[in-house]
Design a protein around this ligand. Sequence first.
Ligand SMILES: C[S@@+](CC[C@H](N)C(=O)[O-])C[C@H]1O[C@@H](n2cnc3c(N)ncnc32)[C@H](O)[C@@H]1O
Length: 382
Amino acid sequence: MEDDGRSIGSEAVVGAGPPGTDPSRGASVPPPVEQPERLVAWQLIGQARACQVIGSPLYAHLLTTAAQDVLGGGPLADLLVPRVRPGRGDAAGLRLMAAVHRLVLTRRATKLATHFPSVGGTPDLGTAGATFLDAITDHLEVLRVDVERPCQTNEVGRAAGLVVGLLACSAITGLPLAIREVGAAAGLNLRLDHWRYELPGDTIVGDPDGEVVLAGRWRAPVPHADHGFRVVDRRGCDRNPIDPTTAEGRLALSASVWADQPARFERLGAALRTAARVPATVDAASAAAWTREHVTPAAGRVTVVYHSIVEEYLEADERAAFHRAVEAAGAAATEEAPIAWLRMEPSSELRHHAVSLRLWPHAPELRHLATTGAHGDDVTPR
Ligand SMILES: C[S@@+](CC[C@H](N)C(=O)[O-])C[C@H]1O[C@@H](n2cnc3c(N)ncnc32)[C@H](O)[C@@H]1O
């Protein structure tokens, strides 16, 4: 299910060994589940490295502290080891940090809050680790429940990568888009035509008045930028949809953002305000079955099924069934009713994330459109 950390800067972990080992030796191979403490520590330290790479020194520090605590038999061993999962543990590090951030955002961990910029704090890495472990001890019972919540980061910045493919679909087919997002979480990026994209060359696409502004994220000109794109229909699915219009939904989404990354909070806030006025259905359904029902050729529009950072969360059978469902829809496509499959997923070959496209009947072979960081930064179109 996991790619075992071969990608760099993935929302899930980069490969690494547990503290005290040389991460360059066998680092990307997780310890076996028969060594649960070592496996959990490997998961946490790998996520710590990803946080360091993507600009969250606070989470890098706290996750490293957590890994050391697990190896030392502290409260986090009690919390995480009995629930150990293979590979990257369904993003165990991110689930832990989202559960802790939830405590902070709901003012239940006031001392730790002083280190969390999301609530006005300033990190002091000299004392944050000890305060973090105290908060874990104080809230162990609630954390046992919250740490089981699945990783559901809904990162609006990823639209900077997806837009490269949407522009290609629009320009190649000359048709408006019916968008179908798989693993949409809260469906924030089902509103991605309402974001303002400030592309290289002073080109604006999307909504010029959009509250979500994506700027300075592309390292090269984006092909077909002048063409723009228009969305005429939108729908998504998630195994566990989040409603972004409820207080609980907003809390779940906020808790998933790394606390020392204010730009991501700003984007999330703008996306939540947009979501309150632009409806988008996210069906509670699994990828393959939903795709069979909702990804079908329709005349006069290009139906674009897309996903970002979802494939690693699909069980192998489900992933294969999902791929078959998209290919079956593609096989039924015509010039008047094309099907596109747009992906933004970790790529082991590129050691990065890749934006790729298949477009039936025009260009059914897989085309690599861009590389990108995990949160849609440093998008480099080909
Ligand atoms: C890391 S989140 C990414 C969310 C969103 N695509 C984004 O980039 O912001 C992965 C999402 O995949 C969803 N997911 C996992 N397994 C799924 C399945 N079998 N079918 C549909 N969604 C699934 C999870 O619930 C979660 O919301």
